[in-house]
Design a protein around this ligand. Structure first.
Ligand code: F0G
Length: 528
């Protein structure tokens, strides 16, 4: 490094100190496949097996040779990287390729339009903005048709072809009235005030407890972790967090939030009150397998309830496949196995092959508002380099009739079996192992009563997983992290380049760590 020890540390120094406190302050100088190389004190390279996998962006491995070779080809050919506001045939090709895959897996007949962005959170922000724009348009159309209905009723009452029965007033809490022009005005004013109040309500978002959808202004409000979310709650619309696997909880929340718009219609010469669902609930956003929240796959029953309730209220479902998608669980979309059908899909992370920053929002054609393209964009989105790298990623995933998906599933089964054998041998240490494909988690039992005071203290502060991660790195050259919002769970998201040796390497590291924990830390963890 060119920065000497005397220079001030100015690049997020607080984070550096936190890493150092857990012994995670490693510097990596090279990366290949499933291995990161740390610079040793003698200047040599120390291999570290990487189970953090760029937090899910490296399904194809570090510096995948097919991708780096293609990147060099693109750069040597001088492909335009930034040519905003021009035709992008490669983006059209990418959208078509994504459609073919998504529609093959979900069986959905409708096309999905693609909007491009750079990061995962940004794709979710675009989804939220699009859903809110669509909600506003639908709300506006409803209010307009209600307004014409009211005008028609006014006309019908005036020309004597309709009368207003008393129960219309009592039903709206206005007390009995004699029919007449003044009474009708009062009725219409009341309905307009009611509808105006409904229309002014801020949008409500629904998302399961434990969700993580990013850390930007609106997405952080859809992220359950209070530490990330609450300092910024005044900045954006709020979410209701739905408990997992509590049948009926979603319906109860929806019933609390939903609202109706009132109108008047004439039936058989009588004026009657009409009611329609007001689109208050902007979207339901979910991860099929929660990543940052502790590697939790949604149950098919919960998924079914979500689909039913959202269909009933007309709420679009946003499926965040940013971490779980692109083949990581053995299918391109992790939601496929769960019977999940989204109106929106967000993709990022591994779509960029570990080299490009790219995210895509897919929107079901029947929900799509084309004007969105003119009011949402980014300097860096849809660039010629990232689009082509993403196309190459899809080509690699789809090659040999989906060999990469099968490999992710098969490696995942093997890795899960190994984690399961560690749990079986250390049931007092390991609480649970779970996940699908190459998106796995291992949860420890609570260590806040541990015999070693520093361990107990770290556990009480929610940092036990970081101590274990530090030990695994320092003592075993295994890189993994706890899931940030469920820090007693370690995550394993290696690439499909994982080898038998890598799996054996992890197994012996985990067995050693569990042995230390079970032995009451007589033999200490490798702490800084
Ligand atoms: N959605 C999901 C499901 C994610 O896992 C992440 C990031 C994002 C959105 C945000 O994407 O970082 O590109 O803005 N997850 C990382 C994690 C940070 O720790 O699992 P981003």
């Amino acid at each position: 490094s060119n920065v000497s020890a005397e220079e001030p540390q100015l690049a997020e120094p607080h984070l550096g100190a936190v890493l150092a406190s857990a012994g995670l302050d490693a510097e990596y100088v090279r990366a290949e496949g499933n291995i990161l190389y740390q610079r040793g004190e003698d200047g040599g390279e120390i291999p570290v097996v990487d189970y953090a996998g760029g937090y899910g962006s490296l399904l194809l491995g570090h510096n995948n040779p097919a991708i780096t070779a293609y990147a060099k080809e693109l750069l040597d050919a001088g492909v335009p990287v930034h040519s905003q506001f021009s035709l992008h045939p490669e983006a059209a090709e990418l959208a078509l390729a994504l459609n073919r895959i998504v529609r093959r897996e979900t069986g959905d007949a409708e096309p999905f339009f693609a909007v491009f962005a750079n990061t995962g959170a940004e794709a979710n922000e675009a989804a939220v903005k699009h859903a809110e724009m669509d909600r506003g348009i639908r709300l506006g159309a409803l209010l307009e048709s209600i307004g014409s209905g009211l005008a028609a009723v006014r006309e019908a009452v005036r020309d004597g072809s309709a009368t207003v029965p008393t129960e219309v007033f009592t039903r709206l809490g206005l007390g009995p009235h004699a029919a007449g022009a003044a009474a009708l005005d009062e009725l219409i004013d009341h309905i307009n005030a009611h509808n105006e109040a409904q229309a002014q309500r801020p949008p409500v978002f629904l998302t399961p407890e434990g969700s993580f959808h990013g850390k930007l202004v609106s997405t952080v409000q859809l992220t359950h972790n209070e530490g990330y979310r609450t300092p910024f709650r005044a900045l954006a619309a709020q979410a209701r967090f739905v408990p997992l696997d509590q049948p009926g909880a979603l319906r109860k929340i929806v019933d609390e939030e939903r609202g109706t718009l009132l109108g008047l219609v004439v039936e058989d010469g009588q004026v009657r009150v009409s009611e329609q669902e007001s689109p208050v609930i902007c979207a339901f956003i979910l991860e099929p397998v929660q990543g940052e929240g502790g590697i939790r796959e949604l149950s098919p029953e919960f998924v079914r309830e979500i689909q039913e309730v959202c269909a009933e209220v007309g709420t679009p479902v946003i499926v965040d496949e940013i971490q779980s998608g692109m083949g990581r669980t053995g299918d391109f979309l992790a939601g496929t196995r769960l019977g999940l059908r989204g109106d929106y899909y967000t993709l990022a992370k591994s779509l960029g092959g570990g080299l490009a920053k790219i995210s895509v929002l897919l929107v079901r054609a029947s929900r799509y508002q084309g004007q969105f393209e003119l009011i949402h964009s980014s300097t860096f989105a849809k660039d010629g380099f990232s689009n082509r790298i993403a196309l190459k990623v899809l080509e690699l995933l789809e090659a040999d009739d989906g060999a990469a998906y099968r490999r992710a599933a098969e490696l995942g089964d093997r890795l899960l079996a190994v984690l399961g054998s560690v749990r079986d041998d250390f049931p007092e240490v390991v609480k649970d192992v779970r996940g699908r494909g190459l998106m796995l988690g291992l949860e420890f039992h609570d260590q806040s009563g541990a015999a070693a005071p520093p361990v107990a203290e770290a556990a009480r502060a929610g940092l036990f997983g970081y101590l274990v991660a530090g030990h695994l790195l320092r003592a075993h050259r295994v890189r993994t992290f706890p899931t940030a919002s469920a820090p007693g769970t370690l995550r394993f998201e290696p690439s499909i380049q994982l080898s038998d040796d890598d799996i054996a390497w992890l197994e012996s590291a985990l067995r050693d760590t569990c042995d230390i924990i079970r032995g009451g830390y007589q033999r200490p963890l490798a702490l800084p």
